[in-house]
Every structure is written in structure tokens, then in C-alpha cells.
Design a protein around this ligand. Structure first.
Ligand SMILES: Cc1cc2nc3c(=O)[nH]c(=O)nc-3n(C[C@H](O)[C@H](O)[C@H](O)COP(=O)(O)OP(=O)(O)OC[C@H]3O[C@@H](n4cnc5c(N)ncnc54)[C@H](O)[C@@H]3O)c2cc1C
Length: 385
């Protein structure tokens, strides 16, 4: 089966229809309000859980179903049907928040943390970034010191997606010495004494809340440690693959949605007595936008298929970095041209391309900035010496 056929099996066509229907009925009519309110309602998580959209890509032993590709298809279709990368960030934060717990395989942790999240009854975040450490994950300073059956956590995390609403945060903490070997993952429930959080305002992704978290002597049971002490960095890196691919899917889907919106607009908008769609310059710009979105989709899907298959004949980690950068570059170029072709209307709040233009800017920063992706590629090319 080719990389593309896998996206169009009868089951996946049905999933696509389900997501399109969910998006059109239960997301699009409310999205402007959620953008103004700065967060998604919990009821949306419950509904997505009921529909089985949150469990996709998780192992069956942790209450999951399907493959990563199913989760990616949901992301793609949600954006193509009028949702946004911001909705994906807020609704599917569990995709970065709990896979480490599912993979570590502790049944008690899975019951306490993973199953409620996949059912949409709880919200999970991932807390890695700190005010002083973003791209350089190994520089994290939030400390967890063992005290009897507990860890005592002190430090701060920033830019945490869904952090104002999260019930639990899978948090990167320093349990050992300096460098990446000293890091562990600890689940911190946000109702514990000593946890405080504040909302951050930002350029885009307005419906996806973002928080700064502070931990002041927070006592956390040692039973909340995910995997072994000292394995936090490796767990984070393993899960970066899925996060980067998800961001790449968000990027090409946003690009495609903006192509579709712009085609519709230039057919309707008349200047100097003719629809914009009749002008060769406009037609060629849209042809170029469509080419960029198509190339990005094709390459990302191809890398996705090889990554999911565990294909041994390819350096997927390197190509995954290339795929993210390819899709982000396509998205950046397309959203910019989409706004331009919409004219003043493209600059108006509440017009869909304006939202995509703002939302898109994070895709080349989050989950490993474009330059960090290039560093991955450069390292694999043997440029480290
Ligand atoms: C909306 C939003 C949501 C986020 N959600 C989460 C979340 O849920 N959980 C979480 O843990 N984090 C989250 N983040 C944090 C995000 O992962 C970081 O912002 C990102 O990793 C970059 O880290 P930084 O901001 O500290 O930038 P820095 O590391 O300070 O880098 C700044 C810039 O410098 C450049 N740069 C950095 N290193 C190099 C280098 N070696 N060579 C060349 N150029 C370089 C890049 O252009 C980079 O953008 C989120 C951020 C945003 C804005």
C-alpha cells in the first residue's frame, strides 16, 4: 500500500467524514468565541472522547486504538473542515502530554492518568520548556528532590499548552546531576499544594490556552515517576518524533485550507471589472500555493508512513526534521499569499485566513525550532566533525 493509499482506506474515509461532521457542527460555530475566551471548553474534550478521537495512536493496553496515522488524519481533516491548528493544539495536547506514560506501561499510572485523558474527562499537558531553557532541553533546572516516598519539586515551566486547564502535567525535572542524564519525567497534578499558574497572551492559537507554571515545594508521590530516574531526556526525544510530525501535518493542512479559501475568494472578488481569478498573475500565484501545499503533504505523508512502519532503510529522524521544515516553509509562504490576495479583508479579525496567518507562526518555533531541525540534519550529514 502506498503512503497515500493508507490515508484512504474505507475505515479512514469513514473517520474523515466523522471528523468533518464534528468540526462543522461542533467546532466551527463556536470557534470565534473560544478564540475570544482564550480556551476550549472541557465539554469539547468530553465530546471528542465520546467519538473516540482522543485515543487514536495510543496502544490498546493503555486504552488506545488505531495508529498514529489515524490521529494525524483527524488533525488534517479538522483543519481542512474549518478548524485550526490552535484547536488541534488545545484539544489534542494529550498527544504530547501522556504518550510517555502509556509507553512506560505502569498499569496504575495508565489507569490514573492516561485513561481519563483519552476519555476526555481529564486534561494533560507536557511541561518541558522553562524561562531559561527551551531548545536546549538538557539545560532544565526545575529540581525534584527525593524525600521519603515523595519528590519535592521547585522550579518553573513556561509556554505550556493547555496549562491553565490541565489536571496533570508530565513534567521534565532534574533528579540527578547536570546534563541530559540528570532528567526524569514526573506527573504533577495541578491541584497539589505549591502549584500556581498564570495565563500567557500570545500572537495566535488564541483558543489554545498557554500557561506559566510555578512549583514551590510541591510534594509529588514517587509513584508519579514515569519510567526510570534519569530517562526523562530519552523519553522526551522519542516522543518529539510524533509531535514534529503532527506539527508538519498541521502546517500542510493549514496551507491546503488557505489554498481552498483563496480559490473561493478570487472567484468571487472582482477588481477593475473582472474576477481576480481571471488574472494570470493571481492564477499563477494560486497554482504555486497549491504546488507548495501538495509537495509538503506528499513528503510528510511519505516520511510518516516510513516512520510508522519502522522502516530500516531510511534515516527517519533526519527526514522527519526535513519534513517539518518543508511543511512549515510551505505553510508560511501560503498563509502570507492568502492574506495578500484577500486584500484588506485578509487583515480583518474573524476572517479565516487572518487567523491561519497568526496561528501558523508558531509551527516553526514549537516542537523544535526550524534551526534545531536543521541542526539535526547537519549532524546526520557528518558536519559535527
Ligand atoms: C504557543 C506555544 C506553545 C508551546 N507549548 C509548549 C508545551 O506544551 N510544552 C513545552 O514544554 N513547551 C511548549 N512551548 C515551548 C516551545 O517548545 C519553545 O518555545 C521552543 O522549543 C523554543 O524554545 P525557546 O522559546 O526557549 O527559544 P530559544 O531556545 O531561546 O531559541 C530562540 C530562537 O533561537 C534560535 N535557535 C535556538 N537554538 C539555536 C541553535 N542551536 N542554532 C541556531 N538557532 C537557534 C531559534 O530560531 C529559536 O526560535 C510552546 C511555545 C509556544 C510559543
Amino acid at each position: 500500500m502506498s503512503a497515500h493509499d493508507a490515508w484512504a482506506t474505507p475505515e479512514r474515509r469513514a473517520l474523515r467524514e466523522l471528523v468533518a461532521d464534528f468540526t462543522v457542527r461542533e467546532v466551527v460555530p463556536h470557534l470565534a468565541r473560544w478564540e475570544d475566551e482564550g480556551a476550549l471548553p472541557r465539554a469539547l474534550h468530553e465530546r471528542a472522547g465520546e467519538l473516540g478521537l482522543l485515543e487514536l495512536g495510543f496502544p490498546a493496553a493503555a486504552g488506545g486504538a488505531g495508529e498514529h496515522l489515524d490521529a494525524a488524519l483527524v488533525t488534517e481533516q479538522l483543519i481542512l473542515s474549518g478548524g485550526s491548528s490552535g484547536v488541534c493544539a488545545g484539544l489534542f495536547t494529550h498527544g504530547i502530554g501522556v504518550p510517555h506514560i502509556a509507553a512506560a506501561g505502569d498499569p496504575a499510572q495508565i489507569d490514573r492518568f492516561v485513561r481519563p485523558v483519552l476519555a476526555g474527562r481529564a486534561i494533560a499537558s507536557l511541561g518541558v520548556t522553562e524561562p531559561g531553557a527551551g531548545s536546549d532541553v538538557a539545560a532544565i533546572t526545575t529540581r525534584a528532590v527525593r524525600d521519603g516516598d515523595d519528590y519535592v519539586v521547585d522550579g518553573a515551566k513556561t509556554f505550556i499548552t493547555s496549562g491553565t486547564r490541565a489536571d496533570l502535567v508530565t513534567t521534565a525535572v532534574r533528579t540527578g546531576g547536570p546534563g541530559h542524564r540528570g532528567l526524569s519525567l514526573l506527573v504533577i497534578e495541578t491541584d497539589r499544594a505549591g502549584v500556581s499558574r498564570s495565563r500567557l497572551r500570545k500572537m495566535g492559537w488564541h483558543c489554545s490556552d498557554t500557561a506559566e507554571l510555578h512549583f514551590d515545594g510541591v510534594r509529588v508521590p514517587a509513584a508519579n515517576l514515569v519510567g526510570a530516574e534519569g530517562t526523562g531526556f530519552r523519553q522526551i526525544m522519542v516522543n518529539f518524533a510524533a509531535e514534529r510530525l503532527s506539527l508538519a501535518v498541521q502546517a500542510y493542512a493549514t496551507a491546503q485550507r488557505c489554498v481552498d479559501l483563496t480559490v473561493d475568494w478570487v472567484r468571487r472578488r472582482t477588481t477593475f471589472g473582472e474576477p481576480l481569478a481571471r488574472r494570470q498573475l493571481v492564477r499563477h500565484q494560486i497554482a504555486e500555493m497549491a504546488r507548495e501545499a501538495t509537495v509538503a503533504r506528499t513528503y510528510v505523508r511519505d516520511v510518516f508512513a516510513r516512520w510508522q512502519a519502522g522502516s530500516p532503510d531510511t534515516d527517519v529522524v533526519t527526514e522527519l526534521a526535513m519534513a517539518k521544515n518543508t511543511a512549515v516553509a510551505a505553510c508560511d509562504a501560503v498563509v502570507d499569499r492568502a492574506v495578500q490576495l484577500h486584500g484588506g479583508m485578509g487583515y480583518m479579525h474573524g476572517v479565516e485566513v487572518e487567523r491561519h496567518y497568526r496561528d501558523a507562526r508558531i509551527l516553526g518555533i514549537g516542537g523544535g525550532a526550524t534551526e534545531i531541525m536543521d541542526e539535526v540534519v547537519a549532524g546526520r550529514l557528518g558536519l559535527d566533525g
